[in-house]
Design a protein around this ligand. Structure first.
Ligand code: SRM
Ligand code: SF4
Length: 565
């Protein structure tokens, strides 16, 4: 293929009749547990990934068996808010058709793993029964729109949630393919118009979030498009708009890099939809459709420049950006435990290790949350850090929710150090087809070692963000964690240090392809120095940059220039 030829995914999208392809035929084929190759690309737009169990891969190959195919289903939860009924429904589908666990993702969505082909339709219909869908949870479209959990501010939360849901609806593909294929909707002879996306959708995935300073829990700088709420005297006046963030890169390919979003300017609240649509269509028309590793909005902005991009968005939307309003962030983690909002309701942010809801020994997360959902009259909020807020609990109900947390051994106090509460790992093995190393199954053990070392130097209560991924795609946003670990090969990781505690600075590459012993041996002396030399209240990443252990990395294109200050 020449450099200017469109990628194969572009052909598949163009020929798909708005995402239909041959998915119906693939589902009906009884000979294989897989779907047709082209359909594996289209199924993503419907929130479905074909996977195979990588723990079993070589054994099955030796036995000349087809790989153990199953599917991951991702259900969108706009703004992360779901009802107790929706939670109970997800629990039922997970136990009936998937592997009996629920995975809360880094984008406030649900994932189910291990669904076999003949259960796919029933699973999607089951999810739909509680008014949830999986369309556009994946694929080259706008994904699940994130919003902050905001346990202390009920009114602002309601407003930002409403805006996030409005935008999510506006950017959801118009195709009826989802209803036809999964919900037995009426079949159309001619595909319906797709007004925002056109026939070939976007060049690549596209991600959007809202944030309310000072908490940057959604990691706004990692998003293609972001809206920073400007709240004056408790009233939401509008948004600073950001664009061009992204995490993914490929090892050894310096033309790929994580990048922090730029601030375009301020717009009033009523300009939200036109400005968002203009950003999306600019990327639709100018994003690179010849190279999927160069197709995200971050590269469009790098290549053409921010002034060009801002002008294009202004011209398309008819909205002029004003100077951005001042804002600052304090951290990108979750604020755990009970908090009371300004309307008097309670919220409990529950720590869920790596987002995996499962009963394990005395920690009965799946059962405990089911019991809570059965009696809870408020809502749940999935957090962008893979945790869960039990939200809008009345004074009268607080004690009974706490009792259920205690009875099932899942209260935060019973399990986690400050380091663990600020740790996040992507799924990786055995389900992720792109994983080069363990992540979800390994980070908890590494944290156990590191928390002992921190305790030994008197830093047991110190919140340090640590994130791990099984490959450089960056699903747990490791490049904006103070300690970032990125899988390169089994048991081997790149180590990045010095990112901002609020997710506002990238880490610098310190170790390449290192094993556990090298990683621990590098971190322990730094913990000691940090304990001795830090300034009051100083965070680990800021300290490493201040004393020159690593250089400050803000521009993505400088990411690969080494760690030396
Ligand atoms: Fe991701 C691909 C899991 C958030 C960047 N991601 C994948 C796939 C679907 C693997 C695949 O393509 O075959 C993973 C499925 C694993 C599994 O078995 O479940 C996967 N990504 C996840 C989740 C579940 C990680 C988690 O532990 O929570 C997150 C689901 C979010 C959601 O609900 O939508 C998840 N992925 C992210 C994020 C974080 C974010 O969005 O804030 C990123 C970095 C931000 C970004 O997009 O730049 C991210 N995922 C990627 C990439 C690299 C994209 C790029 O620009 O290079 C891939 C690979 C790709 O697209 O080619 C990828
Ligand atoms: Fe898979 Fe890599 Fe994403 Fe981890 S970071 S879930 S290994 S694609």
């Amino acid at each position: 293929m020449s450099d200017t030829a469109l990628t194969d995914v572009e052909r598949i999208k163009a020929e798909s009749r708005h995402l239909r392809g041959t998915l119906t035929e693939s589902l009906e084929d009884p000979v294989t547990g897989a779907i047709a190759a082209d359909d594996t690309q289209l199924s993503k737009f419907h929130g479905i990934y074909q996977q195979d169990d990588r723990d079993e891969r070589s054994e099955r190959k030796r036995a000349r068996l087809e790989p153990a195919y199953s599917f991951m289903i991702r259900a969108r939860v706009p703004a992360g808010v779901c009802t107790p009924e929706q939670w109970l429904n997800m629990d039922r589908v997970a136990n009936r058709f998937a592997n009996g666990t629920i995975r809360l993702t880094t984008r406030q969505a649900f994932q189910l793993h291990g669904v076999i082909k003949r259960h796919l339709k029933a699973s999607i219909a089951g999810i739909n029964a509680a008014m949830m869908d999986t369309i556009a949870a994946c694929g080259d479209v706008n994904r699940n729109v994130m919003a902050p959990v905001l346990p202390a501010l009920s009114r602002v939360h309601r407003e930002v949630q409403a805006d996030a849901e409005r935008l999510s609806d506006h950017l959801t593909p118009a195709t009826r393919a989802y209803h036809e294929i999964w919900l037995d909707g009426e079949k159309l002879d001619t595909p319906e118009p797709e007004p925002i996306y056109g026939d070939t959708y976007l060049p690549r995935k596209f991600k959007t979030a809202f944030v309310v300073p000072p908490q940057n829990d959604v990691d706004i700088y990692a998003q293609d498009m972001g809206f920073v709420a400007i709240v004056e005297d408790g009233v939401l006046s509008g948004y600073n708009v950001t664009a061009g963030g992204g995490m993914g890169m490929a090892h050894g390919e310096i033309a790929t890099y994580p990048r922090l979003a730029d601030v375009l300017g301020f717009v009033p609240r009523d300009a939200l939809l036109p400005v968002a649509e203009a950003i999306v269509t600019t990327q639709r028309d100018h994003g690179d459709r010849t190279n999927r590793k160069h197709a995200r909005l971050k590269y469009t902005i790098e290549d053409r420049g921010l002034p060009w991009f801002r002008q294009e968005v202004e011209a398309r939307s008819g909205v002029a950006f004003s100077e951005p309003a001042a804002f600052s962030f304090a951290g990108n983690g979750d604020v755990y435990g009970w908090q009371r909002d300004d309307a008097g309701d309670w919220h409990y942010i529950l720590y869920i290790e790596n987002g995996r809801v499962v009963d394990l020994g005395e920690r009965q997360l799946m059962t405990g949350l089911r019991r809570i959902a059965e009696v809870h009259t408020g809502e749940f909020r999935l957090t962008p850090n893979q945790n869960l807020a039990i939200s809008n609990v009345s004074d009268a109900d607080k004690a009974s929710v706490q009792a259920l947390l205690d009875d099932h051994g899942i209260d935060n106090d019973t399990q986690a150090s400050a380091l663990r509460l600020n740790a996040m790992a992507c799924v990786a093995l055995p389900t992720c087809g792109l994983a080069m190393a363990e992540s979800e199954r390994y980070l908890p053990d590494l944290v156990t070692q590191l928390e002992a070392e921190l305790e030994a130097v008197g830093l047991g209560d110190e919140a340090i963000t640590i994130r791990m991924t099984g490959c450089p795609n960056g699903c747990a946003r490791p490049y904006i964690a103070e300690i970032g670990l990125v899988g390169k090969a089994p048991g081997r990781y790149n180590l990045y240090l010095g990112a901002g505690f609020a997710g506002d600075r990238l880490g610098a590459a310190v170790l390449d392809n290192a094993d556990e012993a090298e990683i621990v041996a590098t971190l322990v002396p730094l913990f000691r120095r940090f304990a001795d030399e830090r300034e009051p209240g100083e965070h680990f990443g800021d300290y490493l940059v201040r004393v020159g252990i690593v250089r400050e990395v803000s521009a993505g294109r400088e990411f690969h220039q080494g760690a030396a200050a």
